[in-house]
Design a protein around this ligand. Structure first.
Ligand SMILES: Cc1ncc(C[n+]2csc(CCOP(=O)(O)OP(=O)(O)O)c2C)c(N)n1
Length: 319
């Protein structure tokens, strides 16, 4: 898909939010175990970049990976199968939501904060050598930019002129620590000493994200080296499902969610631009129905066989 179609992007954001909400329901009803990190509030970054992600690219994500996996064209049903711990999930139900791995589209994620950047360099090096024009996308949170790995990755990516797009999603917090209390300077300028240009963009505005992403990918795909995009948004849910979230005063939190809701914002702008409310409602309903169908199919997948517990894991090699 090329170009930016605002109604289509709106529908995709509704799909993304529904995906995250239904996964949240799976946590609440006890179907999903372990820590769960949702990206509700951050949809415009993924949806804005999606038209720029091409077949042959690689995408490396974080502990908050679902929307990145969707734009990397990971099969949503197999992803949900993994999240719901089923044997037909991407990794046989053994990885769970933070360990999604799909070699068929070169998507992976990692729960190690700061690791996505150096890992993406490997994918980028392979692309530079064997797939000109393809890029590796490295997604990071604001918390990750203060890890040494980020500076190391910027340095090597610039030195080797690797085709990598670093995308930092600044959602305001690293767990309970506000970005403002942990991070000096402007994140999008972190690449400057290495000659890497950066774009700072409102991550609640899908079109703005698309425009910045297009400028960044134009550079990277033409072989001029890496680029950095920093998208600022607001994390609606706690750091993980169940986080008591004592660090965000309730009234301020509610207000910020109202102001920084990418879906409400896109809807208002579409209506102001003359798109009919009926058309949007139809699109919303279609998106929700589609995601409910994915979740139903994933929940209907079989459970892993206990006899297979040791296959495909390190214990197998040790046995
Ligand atoms: C190397 C490492 N240190 C600490 C943690 C624990 N941890 C998990 S998520 C997280 C915060 C990450 O914040 P950020 O990068 O801003 O991403 P966000 O959760 O906001 O999406 C931390 C400290 C970890 N997983 N890995």
């Amino acid at each position: 898909m090329d170009g930016f179609d605002p109604v289509d992007r709106y529908e995709r954001m509704v799909e993304m939010r529904t995906f995250e909400e239904l996964v949240g329901e799976g946590v609440a009803d006890g179907s999903i175990h372990g820590e769960m990190h949702l990206a509700i509030g951050q949809e415009a970054t993924a949806a804005g970049l999606e038209p720029l992600v091409r077949e042959g690219d690689a995408v490396v994500s974080t502990h908050r990976p679902h929307l990145h996996a969707l734009i990397a064209r990971v099969d949503p049903v197999r992803m949900l199968g993994e999240i719901f711990e089923r044997s037909d999930g991407l990794c046989g139900g053994k990885g769970g939501h933070m360990h999604l791995f799909d070699p068929s589209v070169d998507f992976m994620c990692t729960g190690i904060v700061g690791a996505s950047a150096p890992i993406a360099l490997g994918y980028a090096l392979q692309r530079k050598r064997a797939r000109p024009g393809a890029v590796a996308w490295a997604f990071l949170g604001d918390g990750a930019v203060n890890h040494g790995t980020f500076a190391e990755a910027l340095n090597l990516a610039a030195l080797w002129s690797l085709p990598v797009v670093f995308v930092v999603e600044d959602n305001g917090y690293a767990i309970s620590v506000p970005t403002t209390q942990a991070t000096a300077g402007a994140i999008h300028r972190r690449g400057e000493p290495f000659g890497i240009p950066g774009w700072a963009v409102d991550g609640v505005d899908a079109r703005a994200v698309y425009e910045a992403g297009r400028a960044a990918t134009d550079r990277v795909r033409s072989g001029d080296g890496p680029a950095l995009v920093v998208a600022t948004a607001y994390r609606f849910r706690g750091h993980y499902e169940g986080d008591i979230d004592h660090y965000r005063p309730r009234r301020q939190h509610e207000e910020t969610m109202r102001e920084r809701d990418p879906i409400a914002r896109a809807r208002a702008s579409l209506i102001a631009g003359g798109v009919g409310a009926d058309e949007l409602m139809r699109r919303e309903e279609e998106a929700r129905t589609r995601v409910r169908g994915w979740v139903d199919r994933a929940r209907a997948m079989p459970w892993p066989d206990p006899a297979d517990a040791l296959t495909g894991v390190f214990a197998e090699a040790e046995a």
